[in-house]
Design a protein around this ligand. Structure first.
Ligand code: NI
Length: 170
């Protein structure tokens, strides 16, 4: 087990849709363990595989501040099957350190996928958990929370992001 480096805004793999997991082999199990450790060390509430450079469609999350192991969620091949309501709340991302913005998300979300052993997994989240689900699903589809902002906000933020992550020397 170990932590892996978290890629930041500008890394090409973060803009690529991830691929469905088919092999639940030892390499994948190690990746999952490393992702959990990396998420806790960051610390963060969720982490998608492409954030540590893996093309697999999977994320880990734990909304509990005390890292209650019972709240740890490991989801492979997740699909967002249902959403409801709307809520505006501040959001950040381990791949965009020091940037936080209010993002509009569904209040409730239902996810369907499989666990690390290949068993069907269905999880419903509200509020914070629903937000984490939608944030991680965005990552797995090559998106960032900043893509959800209004065009005007995105334009202003885009220049700051460019300066912070894409060409920091200019
Ligand atoms: Ni993120």
């Amino acid at each position: 087990m170990g932590t892996r480096r978290i890629l930041t805004y500008g890394a090409p793999i973060l803009r690529q849709p991830t691929r469905r997991v088919t092999d639940l082999d030892g390499d994948l199990q190690r990746l999952i363990d490393d992702m959990v450790e990396t998420m806790y060390a960051a610390p963060g509430l969720g982490l998608a595989a492409n954030q540590v450079g893996s093309p697999h469609r999977l994320f880990v999350a734990n909304p509990a501040e005390n890292r209650d192991p019972a709240k740890l969620l490991i989801m492979l091949n997740p699909e967002l099957v249902e959403t409801e309501g709307e809520i505006l709340f501040e959001e950040g991302c381990l791949s965009i350190p020091d940037f936080r913005e209010d993002v509009r998300r569904a209040r409730r979300a239902l996810l369907r996928g499989i666990d690390r052993n290949g068993r069907p997994l269905e999880v419903e989240g509200e509020q914070l958990l629903a937000r984490i689900f939608q944030h991680e699903m965005d990552h797995l589809n090559g998106l960032f929370f900043v893509d959800r902002l209004s065009p005007a906000k995105r334009f202003l933020l885009g220049m700051k992001l460019k300066r912070a992550f894409l060409d920091p020397k200019t």
